[in-house]
Write a protein that binds this ligand. Sequence first.
Ligand code: NAD
Length: 287
Amino acid sequence: MSAKILYGKDFAAQIKESARTEVDKLKNQFNVTPGLAVIIVGENPASQVYVRNKHKTCEELGIKSEVVALPETTTKEELLAKIDALNADKTIHGILVQLPLPEAVKAHSDEILNRIDPLKDVDGFHPMNVGKLVTGTPALVPCTPAGCIEMLDLAGIEIDGKRAVIIGRSNIVGKPMLHLLMARHATVTVCHSHTKNLPEITREAEILVAAMGKPKFVTADMIRPGAVVVDVGINRIAPKKLVGDVDFDAAVEVASAITPVPGGVGLLTVAMLMKNVVTAAKLQLGV
Ligand code: NAD
């Protein structure tokens, strides 16, 4: 068997198209242009690429984009003051702080992220939005796991009643993924670095989500034949070579559907960010 390959660009295009329609509606009906501010501190080259990509996608969809590039020496107080100003700015509906923050302010990441108005928290990291997700009234949901669910829906893959296994329990991917899959009536197990007999558990999965950051860790023998494999991992193993957490070439022979790396889940994240900016604008307008 050779799995169906779930290319992110196809699904991202659909998500972006529906965001564009919503942007046009907000402009025409309410005279409001959704706006995103991305704060980047320091010169991390990977972060610069991500921020450029977000800016470009905003422009593509007619979303106002403001990149706030601050020097490496920025203090916590300066960052908090900038966030306060953006919270008060009526033309900005979404605020995102590009992570990781430089060493000097990294220890204050939570305090900095929690300063963002929950209605403008397009990353969905604020405890208020996390609480809403856990209690089943989601508003703004972390983009990567939300993108995975959207992709499964667009691909016509049933989630209800399925046995799902997630490898990874981070606040950004693993934990929100648990709540999103559970809300869609999957039976979910979350595995992590202390899990014993991991392959035994992953082999039960009809939907397997790998989000651990370990190159090609998930081998074919860890995959149930016919499973849907969602590879969130992005691992740079050489200057120009990215691989996922799944051994793709072997897994493709066992799974029924699988996302590639690169070209899979990564593309959905930015598309979902655009959708979150639109959602944030609507929440603030009360429509
Ligand atoms: P993280 O480092 O915060 O978390 C990794 C998780 O994997 C932890 O919960 C840990 O317990 C688990 N883990 C590590 N080793 C393990 C092992 N041997 N067995 C079982 N579990 C193990 O990482 P993260 O932020 O959740 O990101 C995970 C991966 O997803 C990374 O490769 C990251 O680059 C990628 N990522 C991709 C996107 C995207 O847009 N596609 C977005 C976010 C993260």
